[in-house]
Design a binder for this molecule. Structure first.
Ligand code: NDP
Length: 279
């Protein structure tokens, strides 16, 4: 038999939880496979990919800082990876070609579905904090799911405007100080990488968010961020970032190993124990 191999490529990659997710699922499924971590120097990504063309790896997850470069090295790009402007999955095809996909948006919607029962992405406007790669993927996923309007709030306004322009009429860059910015919002998502230390910006005031709004933070270290704590203090429903990580890994696992993970959600408890968080 041949052991199927996959992995995650990043710089650095030692913090990645992807090996825990995939190896837990491989074991649960009784599959002959392994999932490895590849830490690469920042200028070695293309050489790495070319070295595995048609070779012994089924595919890789791609994390920072290679998500944009992963699009450029691929021979085929899925519609959703194209829309997100980044790839988090590369598949090494037997003919030596490489296919790129982006499952982060699917992961984001999975997190909402798991933690905010009944939430529908087409129910109303999305307010998005941040305008980087993760924000772009979130815009693409929510628009594809029928979201009527996306409002982008970002420290660097010009970046929010660039993002809005790429997606057309339903997406706008707004001033965070605009009092109406949270009015009627169905979802509020933090896709900013602002640190959590003393220099971090304070969480927004959720005073004007509708009581029905769901608040999500992509950060999962820690799981309960100041952003989510502020939302919970207002009585709003919250969604943490760990299920997004699990949700992006599910379709990737199926692409690498040929079947969906069994009882995918059960891995959450194992990750929480590893992170030292209470579930
Ligand atoms: P980028 O570097 O592409 O974007 C960073 C964003 O954060 C920018 O909008 C930036 O604003 C903003 N930002 C950074 N520092 C500050 C600050 N001090 N104050 C205000 N805004 C700030 O990162 P990504 O988009 O790739 O990732 C964003 C976050 O999402 C990361 O924490 C990442 O770990 C997380 N993530 C989680 C996933 C999951 O599965 N749970 C999946 C993907 C990402 P500006 O434009 O002004 O610089």
């Amino acid at each position: 038999s041949t052991t199927r191999l996959a992995g995650v490529v990043g710089h650095p990659v030692s913090h990645s939880l992807s090996p825990v997710l995939h190896n837990t699922w491989l074991e649960a499924a009784g599959l002959d496979g392994a999932y490895l971590a590849f830490g690469l120097a920042a200028d070695r990504f293309r050489a790495f990919v070319d070295g595995f063309r048609g070779g012994s790896l089924a595919g890789v997850n791609v994390t920072l800082p290679f998500k944009t470069e992963a699009l450029a090295v691929a021979d085929r790009v899925s519609a959703r990876a194209h829309a997100a402007g980044a790839a988090n999955v590369l598949i090494f095809e037997v003919d030596g070609s490489v296919s790129a996909d982006n499952t982060d948006g699917e992961g984001l919607l999975y997190a909402f579905a798991r933690q905010a029962t009944g939430f529908q992405p087409d129910a109303g406007p999305l307010v998005l904090f941040g305008a980087g790669g993760a924000a772009r993927g979130a815009v693409a996923a929510f628009l594809a799911a029928g979201c009527p309007e996306v409002r982008i709030l970002n420290r660097t306004r010009a970046r929010a405007e660039d993002l809005a322009e790429q997606f057309g009429d339903r997406v706008r860059a707004l001033d965070p100080a605009d009092p109406s910015v949270l009015s009627g919002a169905a979802a509020l998502v933090n896709a900013s990488s602002a640190g959590l230390g003393p220099d971090a910006p304070p969480p927004p005031s959720f005073d004007r968010a509708p009581a029905s709004a769901v608040v999500m933070d992509m950060t999962y270290r820690p799981l309960r961020t100041p952003f989510l704590e502020a939302a919970a203090a207002r009585g709003l429903r919250t969604v943490d970032g760990l299920d997004m990580l699990i949700g992006q890994a599910i379709p990737a696992f199926e692409a690498f190993f040929g079947q969906p993970p069994p009882d995918a959600a059960e891995v959450r408890g194992r990750v929480l124990r590893l992170l030292g968080e209470a579930s």
